[in-house]
Design a protein around this ligand. Sequence first.
Ligand code: ATP
Ligand code: LTN
Length: 330
Amino acid sequence: MAKRVFSGVQPSGVITIGNYLGAIKNFVKLQHEAECIFCVVDLHALTVPQDPKELYEATLNTARLFVACGIDPQKATIFVQSHVPAHAELSWLLECNSYFGELRRMTQFKDKSAKNEVVTAGLFTYPVLMAADILLYQADLVPVGDDQKQHLELTRNIAERINNRFGQTFKVPEPYIPERSAGGRIMSLTNPDEKMSKSSDDPKSYISLLDPPDLIRKKIRSAVTDSGREIRYDEEEKPAVSNLMVIYSLCSGLSLEEIEDKYKDSGYGQFKKDLAEIVVETLEPIQSRFNELCEPGKIEKILREGKERVEKIAAPTLDDFRNKLGLVER
Ligand code: ATP
Ligand code: LTN
């Protein structure tokens, strides 16, 4: 049987080139090899305060970007998390099989709760909802960026615990995380010690998939570099240039060695200028497909069909777990 792949992206603000290179690009690749389900996780976005109008638009735009990036809705299934109530229901059942102590150790919770003024209970239980997303579909493989490693480990622990206690209930999923040199962790353009983040206050730190060409050029021109002038991949000594090289490599198809060789006689200026054009060229077709998908009703139809398909996959798993817990059938 074909492997099943599941992943989710939050509709919280823009989608960055970090989301694309770390995750969405692999979604596109995997759809040819496996049965793929991709979800716009709107309930996860609610863990921090959202403007309702912006959340509404961002949910539709994230789904449009999935398709614009190359996910074929005939091959893969795209849907919105809140359209399938089984996610929230399973999340509660899993929460009652998860421990305060293990959730308290999640580094993303520690980071986000330190940064945000409002720390909701949802932000704390967020990783359990993510576990529910994955386990509901008996997914084999979960393509994500490096920052989700710990959440996937938790998902595996919860699944194993429940399987031990109640008998085989959930498939224990495998992570699919690219190496850092292959896009698993794209760093901020203004601070190479931090990951590129869509929720950053400084738009110069990220490239949005929908940034116009001149803005992309400007952001890359002002991206920080390291001391020295040579273009060399060295995460320790040259974190900023190494990050730009990874973006270059993934957008152009050239290896990191080929890039080093190509720029052995030039400085940062030429390298950045070429990088900007390569990123513009990569995003241009995505942006024009995105614009076509803004036609009213188009994405809504894809999402409706997606919801119908996944509901059928989710129901037996949820019912089985409800029975095992002793909940009376409905
Ligand atoms: P925030 O930046 O606000 O923390 P996020 O972008 O990490 O949000 P999601 O939208 O859910 O949150 O992420 C979608 C996917 O993109 C996830 O698989 C995540 O691991 C991946 N991802 C996010 N940022 C990066 C990055 N800088 N480099 C590589 N992958 C990333
Ligand atoms: N927590 C993830 C988004 C996410 C997800 C998922 C990823 C929610 N549910 C299920 C993979 C599978 C994030 O913040 N990047």
